[in-house]
Ligand binder design. Structure first.
Ligand code: AMP
Ligand code: FE
Ligand code: FE
Ligand code: ZN
Length: 293
C-alpha cells in the first residue's frame, strides 16, 4: 500500500500581469498556502510575470511551471491555448503576443468608447484598474464599471454590459488556433486547449480542426475546468483517447476576480510528467523541498 498522496497540481492561474488580482509572487505564495505541489502561471498573452513568480517559488516547497494562455480565435469564437515551458524570448512568440496585446488594447478602447456613449465611463477609468503593462481585457472594463457603480461585480458586468449580446462587444485581433499551437511548439512549449467545452454553443473546435491541431503538435486538452459542460467533457475524453492527447484539470484562478479557487481541479502526475518531458523552451522552478521536479 502506497499511502503517499498524489501530488496536488493546478496548471492554470492568472496574476495581475493579465486579469488576475494578485502579483505573480503573491499568487505563488497563495498556491503554496493552499497546499499545491505545482502551479502554473498562465497569464493571457504574456510571460512578463515569470521572474516575479520564480522569485517566490525559489523560497517555497512547490514547483512553478511557467506558461501563458494564448488568445486565438475562429471568427467570433475565442479559443484559448495554454502554452507550458515555452522559450519566453522566442522571437515569433514575442512578436505575436505583442500584437495580440496591442489588438486587445485598441479593441477595449473601442468598446469603452461605445459604452461611454451610454454610461459615464472613460478609458482612464479602465487604465486605473490595470497594472502597468498588463494584458488588457474585458475584466478591466468590468472593474471600471464596478468602480463607477454601473455594475455590482465582475461577473454581473460579464452578464450585462460586457456580454456579446449587449451591442458593445467586439472580438479582438488574434491568430488562428492552428497558428497558436504551431507558435507554442516551435518555441519549445507544450500546447493545451483551455476550457474547450466552456461554451453553451458546444466545444470551441470541431473534430477536423482538432486533427489539424494534433498534426501541428497539440499536446493536451483541459478537461476538468469549472466552465466545461459535462456533455462536452465526454467528447473531450473520447478525443483524448483517440488522438493520444493528455488531459489536464485546473482552476483558472483569477484571485478575487472570479470565484475559482486554487486547486479546485487538478492535473495528474502523469500529465505533469509529459509536459515536463516535452517542454524544452524553459524549465520549471523547483522550490526547496518540492515533491515535484
Ligand atoms: P476578453 O478576453 O477580454 O474577451 O475577456 C475574457 C476574459 O474574461 C476571460 O479570459 C476570463 O478570464 C475573464 N472572464 C470571463 N468571464 C468572467 C466572469 N464572469 N468574471 C470574471 N472574469 C471573467
Ligand atoms: Fe482571464
Ligand atoms: Fe481562458
Ligand atoms: Zn485562463
Amino acid at each position: 500500500m502506497d499511502d503517499v498522496p498524489d501530488p496536488f497540481i493546478d496548471l492554470h492561474a492568472h496574476s495581475s500581469v493579465s486579469d488576475g488580482t494578485e502579483r505573480p509572487a503573491e499568487l505563488v505564495r497563495a498556491a503554496a498556502a493552499a497546499g499545491l505541489d505545482a502551479v502554473a502561471l498562465t497569464d493571457h498573452d504574456t510571460t512578463a510575470g515569470w521572474d516575479d513568480a520564480a522569485s517566490a517559488a525559489r523560497e517555497l516547497p512547490l514547483t512553478l511551471v511557467p506558461g501563458l494562455e494564448l488568445s486565438t480565435r475562429v471568427g467570433w469564437r475565442s479559443v484559448h491555448v495554454l502554452g507550458y515551458l515555452v522559450d519566453p524570448l522566442d522571437p515569433d512568440l514575442l512578436a505575436e503576443t505583442e500584437g495580440i496585446r496591442d489588438g486587445r488594447r485598441s479593441r477595449a478602447r473601442r468598446m469603452v468608447d461605445r459604452i461611454g456613449e451610454d454610461h459615464p465611463i472613460t478609458w482612464d477609468d479602465v487604465i486605473a484598474q490595470a497594472s502597468p503593462g498588463a494584458t488588457i481585457g474585458r475584466p478591466h472594463i468590468a472593474d471600471a464599471l464596478v468602480a463607477r457603480g454601473l455594475e455590482p461585480d465582475r461577473s454581473a458586468a460579464f452578464r450585462g454590459i460586457l456580454h456579446p449580446a449587449s451591442g458593445y462587444y467586439e472580438p479582438h485581433d488574434a491568430p488562428s488556433p492552428l497558428r497558436g499551437v504551431e507558435l507554442i511548439r516551435r518555441a519549445g512549449g507544450v500546447p493545451v486547449i483551455a476550457h474547450p467545452a466552456a461554451s453553451s454553443r458546444g466545444i470551441v473546435i470541431d473534430e477536423p480542426m482538432l486533427r489539424d491541431l494534433v498534426d501541428a503538435g497539440l499536446g493536451g486538452l483541459e478537461v476538468d475546468h469549472r466552465e466545461n459542460l459535462s456533455h462536452g467533457k465526454r467528447t473531450l475524453l473520447d478525443w483524448a483517447t483517440r488522438y493520444g492527447l493528455f488531459v489536464t484539470g485546473s482552476s483558472d484562478y483569477h484571485g478575487t476576480g472570479k470565484p475559482n479557487r486554487l486547486g479546485e481541479h487538478r492535473t495528474s502526475q502523469a500529465a505533469f510528467d509529459t509536459i515536463r518531458s516535452q517542454g524544452t523552451g524553459s524549465s520549471p522552478v523547483v522550490g526547496p523541498g518540492s515533491r515535484l521536479s
